[in-house]
Design a protein around this ligand. Sequence first.
Ligand code: DON
Length: 576
Amino acid sequence: MAPTPVWRRTPRFGGAWRLGVAALLFAVAACSGAVSPDRGDARPGQAAIASPHPLATRAGQEVLEAGGNAFDAAVAVSAALAVVEPFGSGIGGGGFFLLHRAEDGHQVMVDARETAPGEATRDMYLDDDGQPIPRLSQDGALAAGIPGLPAALVHISERYGRLPLADVLAPAIRHAEDGFEAYERMILGLRFKEDLMRESDAVSAVFFPEGRMPEPGDLIRQTDLAQTLRTLARDGHDGFYRGPLAETLVEGVRAKGGIWSLEDFAEYRVIERAPDVIEYGDARIVAASLPSSGGVVLSIVLNILDGFDLDALSEPERHHLVIEAMRRGYRDRALYLGDPDFTDIPHARLTHPLYAAGLRAAIRRDRAMPSDLLPGIAAGDESPQTTHYSVIDADGNRVATTQTLNFWYGAGVMAPGTGVMLNNEMDDFSTKPGVPDGFDLVTAEANAIAPGKRMLSSMTPTFVESPRGVAILGTPGGSRIITMVLLGTLAFLDGRDADEIVAMRRYHHQYLPDRVSHERGAFSEEIATALEAKGHELAESGRDFGNLQLVMWEYNGNRVSAASDPRNESGDAQVY
Ligand code: DON
């Protein structure tokens, strides 16, 4: 795999310079056959999909070939992943969909995050002494929020797609009905969660056929899930959120100690939100906004970095500054962020360049700042659950989606008769302010549990728009998602190609715990020594970070490329 790249900061051109550069690019484009976003007619002319599973990529392709656009393809890929990657996301989970419509440049984030059930209470995972009850927010029906993914599939299909929902869901229904072949990654997750999953007959019947752990190539059939998807295809939003299916889901969850209600289902809506837009050098980064923390954290980090001349620095110095910027971005995540519909979030302040300038001024070039010396919270690895895909169509419509059940196979339980695995997203709330969640992330009051509220997320589907072209990217990886997207963004702006960007070695700092976790080979010995000399604690992780899916449209030569993270044996990126 490629080592961590050294990137150059793209220059910040203002006013006349920017116009001059745009004119120059236009002139070069006109002579060289390159396209320019400034010419209204620019279109990639090719489509591309990068997803973590070939059946999902093919589902999208099938829909494109049937005359669908990127939004139809996205719905097909999402639904197929919910079937063939049942450990990572599902109809019982949620996600964020970042859309770009080419004809008018409309950009929107469809927030399909789960909500806390109406009977949820702030201290529901604490014992009488006020201490968190181990695993209660992660295992079993009480850990599940109200699903958002079905609502998003219907919403995106109806508002942005061209084809009927039933056509777009057809590949997923087929894979659920006919089965897909078990593979290493899904079996790994089953081993991890086996004890809990075997407690449920409905789960066992699907994932432990004939009562045994499946082997690669064994067929996993999900006939109940196929039926649930058919109901969604036929009856749309209400088919899932009202009527017999909702009743079966709610009854099943309550029988297992959960607190879902029919009112929660009737009230569930996706929310269309403006994405966060960050100006960095001559690039524009469009990223998931609250209740994903991705856009705000990226904004703080990039605004800090924008004030440094990274080009002029040595490699260790650059990494040092990136780590210090990550630290501060995650500190603010911990302190301030949560569902903006429930808490006043100082969004304008946190994303203001002058706020970042203040943070930048307090960064020492020679020393790491220990996290506990930053005003903040006094107080914590991930595996490849959750999932991401990226799509562009020949007209330039784009989708970046990250969707999840949270941990491996979510809460490990199913509502019997529905095939719907429950998420364990409630763990992303602050079960007790200052107590780390399953990703060792600490959050505060802003992310306390309340009925109907959406839990803070790190999922960061992102578009990077620069004179080079457009990158559509994202990854699973819990708390590390944002720093992986950051490193991928910087590498794209540095001119790296798609294969290099998905392969490069990654590192991460999240404020608490105060250490730089990294993949093997992320830093040379010399760089590691230099970083340690500045006071950074480096912790090599035994695991791979993430599963990045990237589609790129470069204006020079009007070239579309796609790459799937080599850390995942089943990734499938295609250009059509
Ligand atoms: O929303 C979040 O930030 C988490 N529930 C995402 C979980 C995740 O990425 C797990 N994969 N490694």
